[in-house]
Design a protein around this ligand. Structure first.
Ligand code: HEM
Length: 453
């Protein structure tokens, strides 16, 4: 049977004026997604900013968009705002430029390099575990500590340098850059998005600050040669015609990496601390596993840490740092027999698909066992789940380049910290989500630290 034509449109989910008002005011666009997903559809059509938009929820449709139709899609319009910050780095570039850059950068994530970066992350985590501020009984904003830790990790990995000296400036600049970008992620009015506010000057200043830090590192690297870090790789990479990356492109890629690689990982670890506090049996099993290691964990120990890895995988399922992604179709595509026309925006939402009881029994319960095979091993594909039901790192040609590193880093940092520490939420501390560039705890995470014997 021929696919229905554009005229026979998939029925539209009509948003009421109240919906639209709520949408403009909301700080939780995930509520809006949940409204669209009510009644368990596989695909939803609705109008957003005057445009037909399609939300694909069923795993096979997610896969169809991101994998099978990868070539027929580009980044959606919202990414033009991100380009103001990230320039033409991997996250925001499209087409030939994206493909060429991805090919040139991929060697920086070769398994032997990933091993080195991951072991370095353990060193940084050990410094935190032994830091004088981490005292028995101390109350810390663990979400903030995780941001600082991940910023140090990404600095080491990118520049082979301790970013401690720059950490304040970099963190401040990233926050300034992300705030308005996050506002733009929300489906607010066009006017709001176009308004030039004094914030624009701050954004420019923050952008200049980051550029200054990156350019200083580029200059230092040119003098010192290969240091085994990502920046060295970017500087020595050559395209097929033997041309190096222009400095501006190196800068965009480095800034992209700083952003892509620290906030997501920090959010994942923050939620993991909360899950461990709320699930004592899970925490106990984790402690037993990490206590069996005689020394600080290393990349080579990952096979001995199936539960740590399962805890991370489950945390990324229930609280996915990247909670939604969008694409713009560059040709007509048929989904579930409906022709979705060229130029449409398609959305996939980890927040919905990861937490849908059609694919995940008891979806909101934190159960790392889902990731453990009968032989007791960790299986990152979630035994028994259809492909496309779990995609915290995306899928297809734009899948997260940092994925193997992030998985290793998160499990090893978790193991390193929980060998010495557990943490309990300060009673009464409010927990809510803040879905921005990453899904973070809205009010931070005030926790009391307990030194483990
Ligand atoms: C828990 C941690 C992380 C999560 C959840 C995550 C998630 C993602 C997702 C969902 C995408 C795909 C975006 C899309 O298709 O539109 C992506 C892309 C990317 N990520 Fe990650 N990421 C994480 C950590 C990292 C780290 C540590 C790095 C680097 C050091 C990194 C570098 C990148 C880059 C460069 C891309 C762009 C790939 C491309 O478009 O070709 N990520 N990430």
């Amino acid at each position: 049977m021929a696919a229905p034509t554009v005229q026979e449109k998939l029925p539209e989910l009509v948003l009421t004026p109240v919906d639209r008002l709520r949408l403009r005011r909301t700080r939780r666009p995930t509520d809006f997604l949940e409204r669209l997903g009510a009644g368990s559809p596989r695909i939803v059509r609705f109008r957003l900013r005057g445009q037909d938009t399609y939300l694909l929820i069923a795993p096979d449709l997610v896969r169809e968009l991101l994998v099978a139709q990868g070539r027929a899609t580009g980044k959606a319009r919202g990414h033009s705002h991100a380009r103001m910050i990230l320039g033409q780095g991997l996250l925001t570039s499209d087409g030939d430029l994206h493909q060429r850059q991805r090919r040139m950068i991929a060697p920086a994530f070769h398994p032997t390099r990933v091993e080195q970066y991951a072991d370095q992350a353990v060193v940084t985590a050990t410094v935190l575990a032994e830091h004088p501020d981490w005292r028995d009984g101390a109350v810390r904003d663990v979400a903030e500590d995780m941001i600082d830790l991940m910023l140090l990790n990404i600095g080491r990995m990118l520049f082979g340098a301790d970013l401690t000296e720059d950490a304040g400036a970099v963190a401040g600049a990233l926050t300034t850059l992300l705030r308005p970008f996050e506002r733009r992620l929300l489906p607010t009015s066009r006017l709001m998005r176009r308004l030039r506010t004094p914030g624009d000057r701050q954004i420019a200043a923050a952008g200049a600050e980051l550029t200054r830090v990156v350019e200083r590192h580029i200059a230092e690297h040119r003098e010192s040669g290969d240091r085994g870090d990502i920046l060295s790789m970017l500087l020595s990479a050559r395209d097929p015609s033997g041309e190096p990356m222009p400095d501006g492109q190196v800068r965009d890629e480095a800034v992209t990496m700083m952003l892509a690689g620290h906030e997501t990982s920090a959010a994942a670890l923050s939620w993991t601390w909360l899950f461990l506090d709320r699930n004592p049996a899970v925490a106990e099993r984790l402690h037993e596993e990490v206590d069996r290691l005689d020394t600080t964990p290393a990349h080579g120990d990952l096979d001995r840490l199936p539960w740590s890895r399962a805890v991370i995988a489950e945390s990324l399922r229930v609280m996915p740092p990247t909670w939604m992604m969008s694409r713009r179709l560059q040709q007509d595509v048929v989904f579930d027999g409906w022709t979705v026309p060229d130029g449409s925006t398609c959305i996939v939402a980890q927040w919905l698909t990861h937490r849908d009881e059609r694919w995940w029994p008891d979806p909101l319960t934190f159960r790392p066992e889902r990731w453990i095979t009968p032989a007791g091993e960790f299986d990152e594909t979630a035994p028994g789940q259809p492909p496309g039901a779990y995609f915290p790192f995306g899928m297809g040609r734009r899948v997260c380049l940092g994925q193997p590193f992030a998985r290793a880093e998160l499990a090893l940092v978790l193991a390193t910290l929980t060998r010495h520490w557990s943490a309990s939420l300060v009673p009464g501390h409010p927990i809510d989500i803040r879905p921005g560039t990453a899904l973070r705890p809205a009010h931070g995470l005030r926790m009391t630290l307990h030194r483990r014997a």
